[in-house]
Design a protein around this ligand. Structure first.
Ligand code: PEP
Ligand code: MN
Length: 443
């Protein structure tokens, strides 16, 4: 891939961008980023687009998962490994439970910038800039920590490179081979979901030994693809990392394989949609409860005028109470317009609320209910429920309520570690995978 200069970007309205204090320093950082090697390659993005095209045609299922906000502090070997193991376990549950190929996407190696509902945060009468992710500022509530710092763009690049390097090592080096299905469960605390997983792993093992005895060739299974994805929010990061592919002359975002535009930045005439419309990567748009069929048609016109399956994914995040009423018209409208999007359910972002004890949380039951509603609507309309998008961690955190261990409001303070939205812990993630596998098997 060449490093040839990218055309200048049009000056369109871009919401949710930080107010950088020093624009000259920002320009220097952008120039530096533009010299850095790509994190992902055009050919990889093309393969992922083909995988997603299969999903759009109803021949696969997407599992997207990872932190709401990655942090530099948690870009450690243990934390990355545990997230990868959790994703691999969930994927095994889905693949085995529903006999469906699963496309695995980490919300990883670039998920360092966050949109916020307010520009500032007030604590005890003190007002400071809101935390916008480690790519922009620090979470600590001091004037110095909250000042946006362009140098953080370079740190985010380095942390993403290190993360992706480890993900590639785990998944291409044999660790993600289904024959290691038991090993992915090691090191996690014993839970009911875990034990259920062990039983399934035992069945998979048996099936694999049977296949081996029959002379099946497992070489192809040694390497597993886990693709990187994040919200393309901070244009000062994404634009300098965009490159012209020397083979085809086309533009690719090289910060991650799959990029999505968030619910707050999806204005069809705004800078974020314009950005993803110019790159060849497969891209997603988050779709909240206020979206209309006309909005989706305009997004498709901008991003996917050629109606190319795999190019565009809609990530639906309606809330459990709204998905059954709001989604049918969108699916039908998209079908009328000939839009071949893959449809993924994000059952997290429409179900966030503040608990009695003051923590931002989500109920496991609401998450399951939204996923169920998503499957029901697809079945009724005759379209394919193409995947699930979740915020998760491999740790035993206490951020979401409910699940088999019945986490209660009083438990949240025990291990509430997220800097942004509440994540499913390891057991809740596995549990969700089992429930969704059943929905998928019935779909
Ligand atoms: C997110 O995915 O963390 C997020 C902010 O989502 P949304 O754009 O759907 O609100
Ligand atoms: Mn989030």
């Amino acid at each position: 891939m060449s490093l040839s200069a990218v055309p200048t970007w049009p000056n369109l309205p871009a919401v949710q961008q930080p107010t950088w204090p020093d624009l000259e320093e920002l320009a220097r950082v952008r120039a530096t980023l533009a010299t850095y090697p790509p994190l992902v390659f055009a050919g990889e993005c093309d393969i992922l687009r083909e995988r997603l095209a299969e999903v759009a045609r109803g021949e696969g299922f997407v599992l997207m998962g990872g932190d709401c906000a990655e942090t530099f502090a948690s870009a450690t070997a243990d934390s990355i490994r545990d997230r990868i193991k959790t994703i691999l376990q969930m994927a095994a549950v889905l693949t085995y439970g529903a006999s469906t190929p699963v496309v695995k996407l980490g919300r990883m190696a670039g998920q360092y910038a966050k949109p916020r509902s307010k520009d500032t945060e007030v604590r005890d009468g003190v007002e400071l800039p809101a935390y916008r992710g480690d790519m922009v500022n620090d979470f600590a509530f001091t004037t110095a920590a909250r000042a946006p710092d362009p140098q953080r763009l370079l740190r985010a690049y380095n942390a993403s490179a290190a993360t992706l390097n480890l993900v590639r090592a785990f998944t291409q080096g044999g660790f993600a081979d289904l024959r290691h299905v038991h090993e992915w469960n090691r090191g996690f605390i014993r839970t009911a979901a875990n034990s259920r997983y062990e039983r399934m792993a035992h069945d998979i093992d048996k099936a694999m030994r049977f296949m081996q005895a029959c002379g099946a060739n497992f070489e192809a299974m040694r390497r597993v693809d886990v693709w990187s994805s994040h919200e393309a929010l901070l244009l000062d990061y994404e634009q300098p990392l965009t490159r012209v592919d020397s083979r085809t002359g086309q533009l690719y975002a090289t910060s991650g394989h799959f990029l999505w535009v968030g619910e707050r930045t999806r204005g069809a005439d705004d800078a974020h949609v314009d950005f993803v419309s110019r790159v060849r990567n497969p891209v997603g748009v988050k779709i909240g409860p206020t979206a209309t069929p006309a909005d989706l048609a305009r997004l498709a016109e901008r991003i996917d005028p050629d109606r190319e399956p795999g190019r565009l994914t809609f990530i639906v995040r309606m809330g459990a109470s709204r998905v059954r009423a709001s989604l049918p018209a969108l699916l039908e409208g998209a079908r009328r317009e000939g839009v071949h999007a893959a449809w993924i359910c994000d059952p997290m972002h429409g179900n966030t609320f503040e608990s009695g004890s003051g923590y931002k949380t989500r109920r496991f039951d609401d998450i399951v209910d939204e996923a169920r509603g998503f499957f029901e609507v697809h079945r009724a309309v005759g379209t394919h429920p193409g995947g699930i998008h979740v915020e998760l961690t491999g740790n035993d955190v206490t951020e979401c309520l409910g699940g088999l261990s019945a986490l209660h409001d009083d438990d949240l303070q025990r291990r509430y570690e997220t800097l942004c939205d509440p994540r499913l812990n390891h057991q809740q993630s596995l549990e969700l995978a089992f429930v969704v596998a059943e929905m998928l098997a019935d779909a």
